[in-house]
Design a protein. Structure first.
Length: 123
């Protein structure tokens, strides 16, 4: 009847069997081939990372370009509004509803509006 051996305990025969298996695998495939395989895995991993990095860099440059275009458009609109709004105030001084809308727009837009000369005198 075979004797029961505890699988968690290592004896000389177990260690010899493990070392024999490792040497068999190394002998079959050869150490240089294993190193070549590991090197090719690393190169594949790095090439994938570089490809993703390149794609991300391209997308980022496109987003930056769009952001700069949007900022330029916003500056143009802001300049136009800052020039036109004081003129609208002068033309609509007697219309309280329009003046209230202009004040709301000034307050909410955050656009720097130069006060008109008549508005300075009223203050």
């Amino acid at each position: 009847m075979p004797q029961y051996t505890d699988p968690t305990s290592f004896n000389g025969n177990t260690i010899a069997a493990i070392l024999g298996g490792i040497s068999l695998v190394l002998g079959t495939f050869g150490i240089p081939k294993i190193f070549e395989y590991l090197k090719s895995l690393r190169e594949t991993k790095y090439s994938t990372i570089l490809k993703q990095l390149s794609e991300t860099k391209t997308e980022l440059s496109e987003v930056k370009k769009e952001l700069y275009q949007t900022k330029d458009q916003l500056k143009r609109v802001s300049t136009i509004v800052s020039v036109v709004l004081p003129m609208m105030k002068l033309k609509n001084q007697n219309d309280p509803e329009t003046m209230e809308l202009i004040r709301i727009f000034e307050r909410e837009s955050g656009i720097n509006v130069t006060p008109s000369p008549n508005e300075e005198e009223a203050c």
